[in-house]
Design a binder for this molecule. Structure first.
Ligand SMILES: CC(C)(COP(=O)(O)OP(=O)(O)OC[C@H]1O[C@@H](n2cnc3c(N)ncnc32)[C@H](O)[C@@H]1OP(=O)(O)O)[C@@H](O)C(=O)NCCC(=O)NCCS
Length: 184
């Protein structure tokens, strides 16, 4: 069963290790590069933890100590949370870790009264596109070059968040697959 928790400052080394693996293994998926972030020191990783919500996911049946995946959210424009840095270690894929991380970022966004979650995905990244569509994100008209490899294009995706109604309101409300108008 997937367990997700928000990082605290003491997690900076675990965050560094999985983030650097992500940038090394899947450079096509991220706007930043391994070459840039391998130079980060402790203060940079700690600052990354405080700038928004950063989540680590664990799959105890795979490893109790090493995170299976990560994702983050930060407040972009008022009302909009940007979902970033989604990565699942290869041996943990296909087990619902991505959905659980998206649920955590959505919960974090709802707690900040956000009305939508937005993200950028490389147009050729079919696994990620399918994951996001499964979780209620729809493709927008936005296109931009991937900052780390401008020959690749990125697509904007968005998912509206329904505010909790009367008698509702746990973090699961508005979670993945509970679509609203943007359900894909
Ligand atoms: C995109 C990503 C997060 C999806 O992970 P996930 O949600 O666990 O994967 P899914 O549940 O969609 O996987 C479904 C199947 O595809 C496989 N799969 C998923 N991603 C794969 C990949 N990049 N390469 C090969 N196979 C992959 C899974 O093993 C699974 O196979 P199974 O059904 O035979 O078990 C993950 O592939 C990943 O971390 N990719 C690299 C980083 C990335 O692209 N991040 C997105 C940035 S926008």
């Amino acid at each position: 069963m997937v367990q997700v928790r928000e990082t605290v400052l003491a997690d900076w080394q675990a965050l560094r290790d999985i983030r650097l693996q992500a940038l090394r293994d899947a450079p096509y998926a991220f706007g930043s590069t391994y070459a840039d972030q391998v130079k980060f020191g402790e203060a940079d990783w700690r600052q990354r933890i405080t700038r928004g919500g950063t989540f680590l996911a664990y799959l105890p049946e795979v490893s109790v100590s090493e995170p299976a995946g990560m994702a983050g959210g930060y407040q972009e424009a008022p009302g909009t949370v940007e979902l970033i840095s989604m990565f699942i270690r290869p041996r943990a894929r296909g087990r619902g870790v991505g959905e659980a991380l998206i649920g955590a970022v959505i919960g974090w966004a709802l707690a900040r009264d956000a009305t939508s979650v937005h993200l950028w995905v490389t147009e050729t990244n079919s696994h990620a596109l399918r994951l996001y569509q499964r979780c209620g994100f729809t493709v927008t008209a936005e296109r931009q070059p991937l900052p780390s490899a401008p020959a690749l294009g990125e697509i904007g995706m968005t998912r509206p968040l329904a505010p909790p109604g009367p008698g509702q309101g746990g973090p699961g409300q508005g979670g993945p697959g509970q679509g609203g108008p943007g359900q894909g």
